[in-house]
Design a protein around this ligand. Structure first.
Ligand SMILES: [Zn+2]
Length: 331
């Protein structure tokens, strides 16, 4: 977990709704497609972004048979009118649910919901549960508001009640406009976004109030775990600033949430394992995008990490996060 997918055929949402900069696809002669944001080029994507059997084949090259699949964060469209975002979310969720139906041994799905409107979001969560998705992917911020805001709490509460897992994915990176050079939004902004989300959910008491909510922070938790010492020190030395909504030390939450293994650095992964325990570190890939671990855990297999911990990362951690039985895919 996780991988990103798009339906090859999508309405032109901008034309349909008559405003905004929704994403639609335009085909290229070489078989690739351009993601267009309104009328502007956003990103070129290849067949493995939508071709279900090609994706399975590419995964099999690395002895991996199951993908936790979700949309691409730019599709979230939290800025849109909530009923339009709800319609777009239903379209994407139905596509993934149908994919999971056809390939139950290869795909397991996460949905998307209109986070800007708790009532609409909860309606879609209930539908998501019915159509067989096992959780949702949400952004690290919602229209620049942090996940500690009370407006989002009912959504987390509903996920907890429905037993749906939550994956936090960085997007709309802070500082984007001021650091476009050198791909810095992806290299600096994304890890910071994930830490922003983790700090907000911890300091805002979301994890404290919903102890059975299963949350996974992608990209190994971004800069949260590597800077936890500083975060904890801040909590201790300035409780007047930090501990205003939750008195529990942030270190206390280690092992109570999940992160993935996408570190590209075996020593960083070992440190994260030490903090989290191997049952709380999922094999991550971020396939098919270039910043992901596209060799799906090869650097882990080639390491001296004990086999039990590797097995935990390669299956147990993700199954526990998703609330699935061991053996779900092998029965
Ligand atoms: Zn991703």
């Amino acid at each position: 977990m996780h991988t990103h997918i798009l339906p090859r055929q999508m309405p032109n949402w901008t034309a349909k709704f008559g405003y905004g900069k929704f994403i639609h696809l335009e085909s290229n002669d070489d078989g690739s497609a351009n993601m267009m944001q309104g009328g502007m080029f956003f990103r070129r994507i290849l067949e493995n972004c939508w071709d279900e059997s090609l994706r399975i084949k590419e995964y099999e090259n690395y002895n991996t048979h199951v993908q936790v699949v979700c949309t691409i964060p730019v599709m979230f469209s939290y800025w849109a009118k909530s009923k339009d975002c709800a319609e777009l979310s239903r379209f994407l969720n139905d596509h993934i649910a149908e994919l999971v139906d056809r390939y139950p041994n290869n795909y397991i799905g996460l949905g998307t919901v209109p986070m800007q409107d708790a009532e609409e979001a909860i309606k879609e969560l209930e539908r998501i549960k019915k159509i067989g998705l096992v959780g949702i992917q949400i952004g690290s911020n919602i229209n620049d508001e942090n996940l500690s805001e009370e407006a989002f709490f009912p959504i987390f509460e509903a996920c907890s009640r429905l037993g749906l897992a939550v994956m936090i994915h960085p997007w709309q990176m802070m500082g984007f406009e001021s650091m476009k050079k050198y791909w810095l939004p992806w290299l600096v902004g994304m890890p910071a976004e994930t830490s922003r989300a983790a700090c907000s959910m911890i300091f805002g008491g979301v994890l404290e109030r919903l102890p059975s909510l299963r949350v996974c922070f992608s990209h190994a938790g971004g800069s949260f775990l590597p800077t936890l010492g500083r975060i904890e020190h801040g909590f201790n030395c300035r409780p007047d600033l930090v501990a205003i909504d939750n008195e529990v030390n942030p270190r206390n939450y280690l092992g109570k949430f999940w992160v993935d293994s996408i570190t590209h650095d075996i020593d960083a992964l070992k440190y994260i394992l030490q903090l989290q325990g191997s049952k709380r570190v999922c094999l991550g890939s971020d396939y098919p995008f270039p910043l992901g671990d596209l060799e799906i855990g090869k650097f882990i297999e080639e390491s001296d990490i004990p086999i039990q911990a590797i097995e935990d990362m390669f299956s147990t951690a993700t199954l526990e996060w998703l609330g699935l039985e061991k053996g779900y895919f092998t029965k």
